[in-house]
Design a protein around this ligand. Sequence first.
Ligand SMILES: [Zn+2]
Length: 148
Amino acid sequence: MVVQLHGRAGDAATRDWRPAITRGVRGRCPHCGEGRLFRAFLKPVDRCESCGEELHHQRADDLPPYIVITIVGHVVVGGLLLAEKYGDWPMWWHMALWPALTILLSFALMQPVKGGVVGLQWALRMHGFGGEPDLPERQPLPPRGRQP
Ligand SMILES: [Zn+2]
């Protein structure tokens, strides 16, 4: 397991993504595992209170909801199909259970999944986590009117 404490993008040392994702899922700083990752439900802190790692670089964007939708969809649809095939449940059980389970699982998984995505971005030095400005700041758009 290799974890670099500080460095710039392009350095030979790498960050192990496994502990970074695990720390993020637990809601802890992907760098040190001690400081909090979130200051609100889905709002990461700007800087780790324990090690000072800047966490405002994260750009999880829409990936956590896509992952949560995939997980919850498989659990709920799979459970519904199993219940239909092997159970003899009254319709009101289905109407009460599956929507409630969908909402509960979505809220329960959203923050851990976002933490894991932020941890992965940190480990891969994405979006400024490697010490350099994010890609759009490094490579400005080409001037207009140069296309044929
Ligand atoms: Zn930290």
